[in-house]
Design a protein around this ligand. Structure first.
Ligand SMILES: [Zn+2]
Ligand SMILES: [Zn+2]
Length: 178
């Protein structure tokens, strides 16, 4: 949804509070697609901070489905996003500044229209958890047959001797022989 910020951009001291429905059904990133099963309305406070700039303070909750790092089962991950940007009309953007602007949280909005989904998508990607587990003790999937080991044991022989244990054993046998 587009929110028109023109009035706030152009009137000194103006402040507007808005609740905006978020129409985001998935977040596609880095070759993966994460379904968004539930997202709340985004709450925004737009404040004119002078010089045709608007301070955007926003928050939204979204429930994402992200595969478990070990067994790949979908895990519902709630994200509570809170963010702050400053918006300026894109007509005022000097081209060479585009990259620096993104890093400093400056948004250039075309025609004063803020694209809410684009903003929230960006926030979701920034806040994706680096590790997702369905349970702390998730057993993962069998490397041999692909069985989800949380559901049942497959009986494959996946024993890999621990090289550190092997070293201890060597010492043990050496002592025995002496
Ligand atoms: Zn798992
Ligand atoms: Zn197996």
């Amino acid at each position: 949804m587009l929110v028109n910020l023109l009035d706030v951009l152009t009137s000194e001291g103006k402040k507007r509070i808005a609740r905006v429905p978020v129409a985001l059904e998935q977040a596609a990133y880095g070759g993966a697609v994460y379904p968004i099963t539930n997202s709340s309305e985004a709450e925004f406070v737009f404040t004119n901070i002078g010089m045709n700039k608007v301070l955007i303070e926003g928050q939204v909750e979204a429930l994402l489905e992200i595969p478990c790092d070990r067994c790949l089962q979908a895990v519902a991950v709630p994200l509570e996003l809170q963010f702050t940007y400053r918006a300026v009309l894109s007509e005022e953007m000097p081209e060479f500044e585009a990259k620096e602007a993104a890093e400093e949280g400056i948004l250039y909005v075309e025609g004063g229209q803020l694209d809410v989904e684009e903003l929230i998508f960006h926030e979701i990607i920034l806040n994706l958890p680096s590790k997702v587990l369905c349970a702390e003790d998730c057993k993962g999937i069998c490397r041999e047959c692909g069985q989800n080991l949380n559901e049942k044991e497959c009986g494959c022989d996946t024993f890999i001797p621990d090289p550190r244990m092997a070293a201890v054993k060597d010492i043990f046998y050496t002592h025995k022989e002496v």
